[in-house]
Design a protein. Structure first.
Length: 202
């Protein structure tokens, strides 16, 4: 688990990274940080503008040091999310930044696909669905924001992967879950807090 101070450092780094990249065209060097922030972790950087998603990209798996993954994800979410045009320097002051540090995904093992919902807790678990080269991920906070139950969460993760909503009911689909520590700005450039995720069974 990260402390709030460590979370604040990551969110501030994400903002500074985006500012540097947009204004100077370069990626900043990673600062010296505690050993915990140099461990390999999965992470996503989410950008919101006036309550609307403006970019969200990250690393689902712990394949690089967390501090480097935050820098890479911040640049990607600001400039490489195919759903949105690149953030401009002028609009960055209106953008709120959120950093989600992920646990390592755990494959959900079931005898029948219909058992998946009882193994998932909305608000605690994020999901990854994989099938034959297709993959989709949704963070734990997403179903909370949209008011989804577990079956709706599974269906939307399928759609994120480019599959039909009922694909999670097919044999051979690989579904994993993970948790996240989420740190976010209360407002653009403002105070940073750890976002509490309250899990619920459906």
């Amino acid at each position: 688990m990260l402390t709030l101070e460590e979370g604040k450092l990551l969110v501030k780094l994400a903002r500074r990274t985006i500012e540097t990249y947009l204004c100077e065209g370069r990626k900043p060097q990673a600062p010296k940080v505690p050993a915990k922030l140099r461990e390999s972790r999965g992470v996503f950087v989410t950008l919101n503008k006036k309550g609307e998603l403006r970019g969200c990209i990250g690393h689902p798996l712990p394949q690089m040091p967390l501090i480097d993954a935050v820098i890479d994800s911040a640049i990607s979410s600001a400039t490489r999310d195919p759903r949105f045009p690149s953030i401009t320097p002028e609009e960055l002051p209106e953008v709120e930044i959120e950093v989600s540090v992920l646990s390592e995904p755990e494959v959900i093992k079931v005898k029948s696909p219909r058992e998946y919902p009882k193994h998932i807790t909305v608000g605690r678990d994020g999901l990854i669905i994989e099938w034959s080269g297709y993959a989709g991920l949704l963070l734990p906070q997403v179903p909370v924001e949209w008011g989804w139950n577990t079956e709706e969460f599974l269906s939307h993760t399928c759609m994120k992967a480019g599959l039909t909503p009922d694909y999670w009911l097919r044999e051979g689909v690989r579904i994993s879950k993970f948790s996240a520590q989420v740190f976010k700005e209360r407002k653009p450039c403002g105070e940073i807090e750890e976002r509490a995720l309250t899990g619920r069974k459906d």
